[in-house]
Design a binder for this molecule. Structure first.
Ligand SMILES: Nc1ncnc2c1ncn2[C@@H]1O[C@H](COP(=O)(O)OP(=O)(O)O)[C@@H](O)[C@H]1O
Ligand SMILES: [Mg+2]
Length: 587
């Protein structure tokens, strides 16, 4: 154990001397209050320590003690439904212990060490096992089977395995390695948060992460194992979208990291999430969710830790074979923490005062996403999708955090304050957003039932682009310059925007749209276009088409229930009939 002394305190940064031998990223306890800190730089016998708790009152000369361990998470049954701070202390237990003001230096175990879980065996005595192999499982919640795996780095012959009720610290198995050393295995593992868990192979994402949000799924899709970012100014809808993703996306496990934007925002998460229902089972969503919450009154450095704590937990469930999705809202708060600590370290600042390593730190987070073949038997493929919100000042996309993020992620959902102001929600700007999974999207739909989804998606994007060009012409020379065909394009684009892209998260039916329904909705609008185009060709007045009593029913497509999708097919037929009727009228 290394014992040093506090030499300097600068906000969340503490310099300690007499620390030679301490490791980078080692956890140390600082001062009389034993504050949690992590070594982020060593120079001679000095260590720079990022402290995850308020350092007020900490004095020069107080003791700093090394723990020998890197910042780690505790993984095992009891983690599901957990609500933690950035260093995985359970908020509820902390609060029960001492009220709303978390006093400092408190060690609380992340997982309940007294609760007994029914462990059911999979592996058999005598089996030759390696890390990642399933030993057994615990039905942790009704929604999650929590597999107990041989911890990373261990392998050998299973000498003993016990089925029954155990706490997570009790031994359930003994493994004898090739050196003849016997290892006791419990249901809990510890794992350092800054190191990605090993996997066998990285695979190409080939299945969309269906979110039920039309602008995402149909226009700018993310795939399971993919990465996306949602940059946008304050109030543009980042948090609402992240909540929608947590609630509706077809992932098995959700890890939600909230780095408080506004004071009350995390409180909302803490109140809202426990009330959300899992759409498939009707059970509480928290039965397959872990929340990491940094309220804005928690020290900045803890935000740094929270995204890594989150992703380490996410990888653990990925290794069980699950499709995991992680949301981080907002990563700008995390980057600001980096900036603050770097500034105090007097490092050479990069753009906007962010440290030069901003890009590599952001990369080290997003590169842990992916679809993988996991380690261990039975062989399994699994995915970890990561979606980060970014909140650049004023919504400026040239912001270094946005830029660093865009270099790493494959989907960009650009929020636009003008759309939010016009109450177009989700205010995703369709002209700047993109998905680099378009190719995968095409491949996926080519094999499936919704083959023409590809064409319809391309058509939708094209109409919206044409609209932007036409609007430019209208601005310059006025509406009169437009041909009937152009006017039709504008009408179709309006319909795509208002009747399809706009989606109200708070409306009982509109909040989620299946892929099938998304397709049928677009089909109605494209049928409108196709038939109207033909009618215009046959010299039907565009005014007559626009005056048809169709707008109302098209605008109400959103409210059609998932169980009544034939109404959409009927609507397409009606659209065709009414417009074709105009042609007949002229003949
Ligand atoms: N999809 C949506 N449907 C309905 N309202 C929305 C939607 N997205 C955003 N809003 C509205 O915008 C407000 C601000 O959104 P929020 O997600 O808190 O913004 P941000 O996190 O970007 O600051 C919400 O309180 C809500 O009223
Ligand atoms: Mg927000």
């Amino acid at each position: 154990m290394i014992k040093g002394k506090v030499a300097k305190v600068s906000g969340p940064l503490v310099i300690a001397n007499n620390m030679s031998g301490v490791q980078m990223f080692e956890i140390v306890r600082v001062g009389e209050k034993e504050l949690f800190g992590e070594v982020i730089e060593t120079k001679g016998d000095l260590a720079s320590i990022q402290v995850y708790e308020e350092t007020e009152g900490l004095k020069v000369g107080e003791e700093v003690i090394s723990t020998g361990n890197p910042l780690s998470v505790e993984l095992g049954p009891g983690i599901m439904g957990g609500i933690y701070d950035g260093i995985q202390r359970p908020l509820k237990a902390l609060r029960d212990m001492q009220g709303d003001f978390i006093s400092r230096g408190i060690s609380v175990s992340a997982l309940d060490k007294n609760k007994k879980w029914l462990f059911q065996v999979i592996a058999k005595q005598g089996d030759q096992l390696a890390s990642g192999d399933f030993l057994g499982f615990v039905q942790e919640t009704l929604l999650v089977k929590h597999y107990i795996m041989v911890p990373p780095g261990l392998s050998g012959k299973l000498l003993e395995i016990k089925e029954g009720e155990f706490t997570i610290s009790e031994n359930i198995a003994i493994l004898k390695d090739s050196d003849g050393i016997e290892h006791n295995i419990s249901m809990m593992q510890k794992y350092p948060v800054r190191i990605g868990r090993p996997f066998t192979d990285k695979l190409q994402p080939d299945e969309p992460l269906i979110t039920g949000q039309r602008v995402f799924d149909s226009m700018f899709p993310i795939f399971k194992g993919g990465t996306a970012c949602i940059p946008g100014p304050f109030g543009s809808g980042k948090t609402v979208m992240q909540h929608q993703l947590a609630r509706w996306s077809d992932a098995d496990i959700i890890i939600y990291v909230g780095c408080g934007e506004r004071g009350n925002e995390m409180t909302e998460v803490l109140i809202d999430f426990p009330e959300l229902k899992d759409p498939r089972s009707g059970r509480p969503l928290m039965e397959r969710t872990v929340l990491i919450a940094n309220t804005s009154n928690m020290p900045v450095a803890a935000r740094e830790a929270s995204v890594f704590t989150g992703i380490a937990i996410a990888e653990y469930f990925r290794d069980m074979g699950y499709n995991v999705a992680m949301m981080a809202d907002s990563t700008s708060r995390w980057a600001e923490a980096m900036r603050e600590v770097s500034g105090r370290l007097e490092e050479m600042p990069g753009e906007e005062g962010y440290p030069a390593y901003l890009g590599s730190r952001v990369a080290s987070f997003y590169e842990r996403a992916g679809k993988v073949k996991t380690v261990g038997n039975p062989g399994r493929t699994a995915s970890l999708s990561v979606i980060g919100a970014v909140s650049p000042p004023g919504g400026d996309l040239s912001d270094p955090v946005v830029q660093a993020t865009l270099r790493e992620v494959r989907v960009f959902w650009g929020l636009d304050s003008r759309l939010a102001f016009a109450r177009h929600f989700p205010s995703i700007n369709w002209l700047i957003s993109y998905s680099l999974y378009s190719h995968e999207f095409e491949k996926y739909f080519e094999k499936g039932e919704l083959k023409s989804f590809n064409n319809i998606r391309k058509w939708t994007l094209k109409v919206l682009e044409e609209e932007a060009e036409l609007q430019e012409i209208v601005r310059l020379v006025g509406m009169d310059a437009l041909s009937p065909n152009d006017r039709l394009t504008l009408e179709v684009a309006r319909s795509i925007r208002e009747d399809f892209l706009q989606q109200n998260s708070y409306h009982e039916i509109d909040t989620y749209t299946s892929l099938n329904k998304q397709f049928l909705m677009l089909k109605v609008i494209s049928t409108y276009e196709e038939t109207a185009r033909l009618a215009v060709q046959k010299e039907v007045e565009i005014e007559a088409i626009l005056a048809l009593p169709l707008k109302e029913s098209i605008s109400r497509m959103k409210e059609i229930k998932e169980t009544e999708l034939e109404k959409l097919e009927n609507l397409a037929v009606k659209v065709k009939e009414l417009i074709t009727g105009l042609v007949g009228g002229r003949a």
